[in-house]
Design a protein around this ligand. Structure first.
Ligand code: NAD
Ligand code: DAU
Length: 383
């Protein structure tokens, strides 16, 4: 299928949902906020987006101030709500005449699922169930609608040194986070087979980019480095992740919404495997170029630091730490014509520069609760 587009937005063609009103759950989070911005900036999108978000610690409307300023009250609306609240969902879906749901809302951090799994079962499993039930009830067997479920490569488990995950790879989740996402994926497929709800699913590898909450590896390392704090590498640093720039993921999700076949799953990945220690070294080198230690006012007087690399510290490993993920995304490439547009090098440079330029956003999202959790998590991890 063609990605040709005279105005430069990928995936242009005769998509059925570009005039629709779309409910984006978790739209105030990292990927959800990038998705809303990406879709609303498309020349061919004439519809409306309703962002439905509970605003947990990970949800921040400060990630959407530009969207609100440009489209608020016309093409963009925010509704604060919990996906576990069926009454609220029914009311919002009915009032806005929603015909497409793109479901990002989740508890998303593996370390938090280890220290507090209950919220993961509640939001990721029960919340997805409530959303499916509400869609089934309100849409009442309509087929001109779409439910897209955003999932993760972690449901497939941990790889050895070779091979990659296919859409047909058996599920083998190993953390409370991935187990709860696997359960939600099974529910979504069950609603397709049992009730005929027109669903699609995507399972994506590790995202990075602007608006990434600073508990995850890449933003945590950037911000710790800039503040002269240790860069905590879990275990031996040899675990491998497959990195994808977040906007490339958003474009993949939109291409599935527009062109994907109901009932199908599409793997999405960066085809960019890196060991964790390689990622941290690349980040340090990028920071050394963009904001050298000697030019960083926060590090004035730190005679122990010649480079950000001097901050790298190995700490205790994450329990059950999956060794390697790698995604085979041939299906979405050949069937829908999607492809990654950022290399790891360009994406990482843009991301580091974004964090250098957006200190106010960082300060807003780092609430007291976030700092307390970070402190508790890392005090247990001393090397
Ligand atoms: P995030 O933690 O940054 O954002 C989650 C959002 O969901 C937040 O805005 C939060 O307020 C909202 N939310 C949480 N519980 C809610 C509830 N009960 N009701 C309504 N809203 C609620 O997550 P993210 O990194 O943007 O991930 C988004 C989705 O993509 C998740 O489903 C995740 O499993 C999946 N995913 C993430 C990655 C990644 O690398 N970040 C990769 C693959 C898949
Ligand atoms: O693979 C997709 C998944 O990627 C998503 O489903 C999850 O929502 C997302 O959080 C992410 O999970 P990871 O556990 O892979 O991401 P995280 O950024 O937490 O960690 C990336 C790797 O870096 C992992 O091997 C653990 C390691 N790590 C992480 C942190 C936070 C460290 O070594 N030190 C750290 O401080």
């Amino acid at each position: 299928m063609s990605r040709d587009n005279a105005k430069g937005t990928p995936g242009a063609g005769a998509g059925p949902f570009r005039n629709s009103t779309i409910l984006v759950t978790g739209g105030a989070g990292f990927i959800g906020s990038n998705f809303i911005r990406t879709v609303l900036s498309r020349d061919d999108f004439r519809g409306t987006i309703v962002n439905y978000d509970k605003l947990t610690y990970a949800g921040n409307l400060s990630s959407l101030v530009d969207v609100e300023a440009k489209h608020g009250g016309s093409k963009y609306f925010f509704e604060r709500g919990d996906i576990c609240d069926g009454n609220k969902l029914r009311e919002v879906i009915g009032r806005h005449n929603i015909t497409v749901i793109v479901h990002f809302a989740a508890e998303s951090h593996v370390d938090r699922s280890i220290t507090g799994p209950a919220a993961f079962v509640e939001t990721n499993i029960n919340g997805t169930f409530q959303l499916l039930e509400t869609a089934r009830e309100v849409w009442n067997k309509r087929q001109d609608v779409r439910f897209h479920h955003v999932s993760t490569d972690e449901v497939y488990g941990s790889l050895g040194p070779t091979g990659s995950f296919l859409e047909t790879t058996p599920y083998d989740p190993r953390s409370p986070y991935s187990a709860s996402k696997a359960a939600s994926d099974h529910l979504v497929r069950a609603y397709y087979h049992t009730y005929g709800l027109p669903v699609t699913l995507s399972n994506c590898s590790n995202n990075y980019g602007p608006f990434h909450f600073p508990e995850k590896l890449i933003p945590l390392m950037i911000l710790n480095a800039l503040e002269g704090k240790p860069l905590p590498v879990y275990g031996d640093g040899q675990n491998v992740r497959d990195w994808l720039y977040v906007v490339d993921h958003c474009e993949a999700v939109w291409s599935i919404v527009e062109q994907g076949r109901a009932g199908e799953t599409y793997n999405v990945g960066g085809e960019c495997e890196r060991k964790n220690i390689e990622v941290v070294l690349s980040l340090c080198d990028t920071l050394d170029r963009l904001c050298p230690v000697t030019a960083n006012p926060r590090l004035a007087g730190r005679k122990d630091l010649g480079s950000y690399r001097d901050l790298i510290t190995y700490v205790a490993d994450r329990p059950g730490h999956d060794r390697r993920y790698a995604i085979n995304c041939d299906k979405i490439k050949s069937e829908l014509g999607w492809k990654q547009r950022h290399t790891f090098e360009t994406g990482l440079r843009e991301t580091v520069q974004w964090y250098l330029d957006n200190r106010a956003w960082v300060d807003t999202v780092r609430s007291g609760e976030y700092l307390k959790w970070l402190d508790q998590n890392y005090s247990k991890r001393s090397s």
